[in-house]
Ligand binder design. Structure first.
Ligand code: HPA
Length: 277
């Protein structure tokens, strides 16, 4: 057994001492979305600090806990607060929570984030369904001894963001009257925002939105067989595309402003995904 798998098993056993909940969907909440977890009736809550070996988030305003409950009829485990590479953790630790949720039984991984719009058609406050991603600017989370118990050494990535889930989410957005663009998410390490040149590069490479999370979680989840989907809240125009310098406060403010719509879209999508499972 690899060291990484051993660590995962220990963390998994810790959770299983507290709850035997088996989720259908794993949901990771990005900036501004945290309140979604407070809206559901929790069947169990496990703080990250209670889990052996779990990386605990250092970002101000990020809660750190798993919330277990239902959205409609769908059993979900929600990560209220994610772990970012820029906090200094090894990439294997950044994706440990994702893997744990997969081990608990989640078949679908639903990723959300706040991101900067690199596509000139995107405006702050809009939403982007993630069609594909570029992860080439951060270390691949599968580097190191392959965890054979989870998946293959060289996993295919040609339908990373599952086309059926994308179609379900698009329909949900249409029904709710929420405009949903579609595009490619590019992950950078952060914590500094990108330079205008990096944003131009991302855009020329086919990217539509830039951020500091998500792509590595998608790869780790897909590696172990979860179906992946994701939505970005475009909280700002990426660096170089707006007149004012970027601030975390601006990102937070916009994400908070549109959060009620974002939450509705995510919940409606999950209810529909449940029917398709
Ligand atoms: N860049 C990177 N991450 C982000 C941004 C951005 O412009 N906005 C929100 N998260």
């Amino acid at each position: 057994m690899s060291k990484e798998y051993d660590k995962l098993k220990k963390a998994y056993d810790c959770i299983r001492e507290k709850t035997d909940f088996v989720p259908d969907v794993a949901l990771i909440l990005g900036s501004g979305l945290g309140a979604l977890a407070d809206e559901i009736e929790a069947e169990a809550i496990v703080d990250y600090s209670e889990i052996e070996g779990f990386p605990v988030s250092t970002v101000v305003g990020h809660k750190g806990r798993f919330v277990f409950g239902k959205i409609g009829q769908v059993k979900v485990v929600i990560m209220q607060g994610r772990v970012h590479y820029y906090e200094g953790y090894a990439m294997s630790d950044v994706v440990l929570p994702t893997r744990l949720m997969g081990m608990m039984g989640a078949k679908v991984l639903f990723l959300t984030n706040a991101a900067g719009g690199a596509n000139l058609d995107f405006h702050a406050g809009g939403f982007m369904l993630i069609r594909d991603q570029i992860m080439a600017f951060v270390p691949n989370p599968l580097i190191g001894e392959n965890i054979e118990e989870l998946g293959p050494r060289f996993p295919d990535m040609s339908d990373l963001y599952d086309h059926e889930l994308r179609s379900v989410i698009k329909k949900a957005a249409g029904r709710l009257g929420i405009a949903l663009k579609e595009g490619v998410y590019v992950q950078f390490t952060g914590p500094s925002f990108e330079t205008p040149a990096e944003v131009r590069m991302a855009s020329m490479a086919g990217g539509d939105a830039v951020g500091m999370s998500t792509a590595v979680e998608a790869v780790a989840g897909h590696h172990m067989g979860m179906k992946i989907c994701g939505i970005s809240c475009i909280s700002n125009k990426a660096a170089g595309l707006s007149e004012t310098p970027l601030t975390h406060e601006e990102v937070q403010e916009t994400a908070d402003r549109v959060a009620p719509f974002f939450r509705e879209l995510v919940k409606e999508s999950i209810r529909d995904i449940g029917k398709a499972l």
